[in-house]
Design a protein around this ligand. Structure first.
Ligand SMILES: [Zn+2]
Length: 321
């Protein structure tokens, strides 16, 4: 494990390269990430692969480490009871989450003991169907209750901490109340907690039009280690990152997606290809990453559809590690 707590590294001004997409990369490599999915809604996502295809999960982590990533994220995005219940694995979430943490930590220990393992935990998105499809669905804190959201983040964070991850990355969060609940719950596990906000806009707002000022105010006493923009298009990150910089005093970062339609094979969209052609090849995304670095981003990486080649290209532009 790294000698320094990530919070200290960031406070000292270091920049760190994070990995790229994990679920999308597993899908690209032929792993079934669509159990329980319909043409309108993602199901359990990539969590089942931690038990069903652990070698593939490990290979993805290893390929990102070989590409130069300083941080890999465990494959535990939706390995919680809410997302696994519809495929009959709700009561077994801990086994899947534990395997996610173990696979990532083992890959790190083998290939680069100085790299960080982030324990990734997304909010369950109870009312989200097609990614970005709803106008303004209720937050998980509204539909499940804030106490349950906190409990879920705590219980998954505790398991991942137990497996040796270095910090928790609460991610794919669109609503401010969910951000507060996620950080509060995950912090109970005792590790630093970073936050990834999804689908920010070219207008410089959070997904549903709320402001970064309101987010920063809500998190003022939370102890959050850093705020990252994630799973947004590169142009959306570029528009929103300066707004986040002005609103929040702590470390910031970004890991964008580059266009991804995971459920396309089920026929819900025009394309049958989950990974359509994109102009954001590795060199192009590295140009965006260079801009984000200039805007103050200290953690840079990729989300859906980005590959080890994208991360390797970003390695070339990052000022320091
Ligand atoms: Zn994504």
């Amino acid at each position: 494990m790294p000698e320094q707590n990530i919070a200290h590294r960031l406070a000292a001004g270091h920049r760190l390269l994070m990995d790229g997409g994990t679920g999308s990369e597993l899908q690209r490599r032929g792993i079934d990430v669509l159990q329980g999915s319909t043409a309108q809604r993602l199901g359990a996502w990539s969590g089942p692969a931690n038990i069903d295809a652990p070698d593939a999960v490990s290979e993805v982590h290893r390929d990102y480490l070989k590409a130069g990533a300083d941080i890999i994220i465990s494959n535990s995005f939706w390995t919680n009871r809410h997302r696994l219940a519809p495929i009959g694995l709700g009561d077994e979430w801990e086994r899947y989450a534990r395997a996610a943490g173990r696979i990532a930590v083992e890959a790190r220990d083998d290939l680069n003991p100085g790299a960080y393992v982030a324990g990734g935990i997304a909010t369950p998105c109870i009312e989200i169907g097609l990614p970005g499809g709803e106008r303004n669905p209720r937050s998980d804190s509204e539909s499940l209750g804030r106490a349950e959201v906190e409990r879920m983040f705590f219980e998954v964070a505790r398991v991942l901490a137990d497996e040796g991850v270095d910090f928790i990355l609460t991610e794919y969060i669109g609503h401010i109340d969910d951000a507060v609940a996620a950080i509060r719950g995950a912090s109970e596990a005792g590790l630093p907690v970073l936050l990834g906000m999804r689908h920010v806009t070219v207008g410089g707002t959070l997904q549903y039009g709320t402001s970064f000022d309101d987010l920063a105010s809500a998190l003022a006493e939370s102890g959050v280690t850093a705020i990252l923009l994630m799973c947004s298009q590169p142009e959306e990150v570029s528009a929103s990152l300066p707004v986040l910089r002005d609103a929040f005093d702590g470390p910031i970062g970004a890991y964008s997606q580059i266009g991804y339609q995971p459920i396309a094979p089920l026929g819900g969209l025009d394309s049958k290809d989950p990974l359509p052609e994109t102009e954001n090849d590795p060199a192009r995304l590295a140009e965006f990453a260079s801009d984000w670095q200039s805007m103050g981003a200290q953690i840079i990486g990729g989300c859906c559809a980005t590959t080890p080649a994208h991360i390797r290209a970003m390695r070339g532009i990052l000022d320091d590690a």
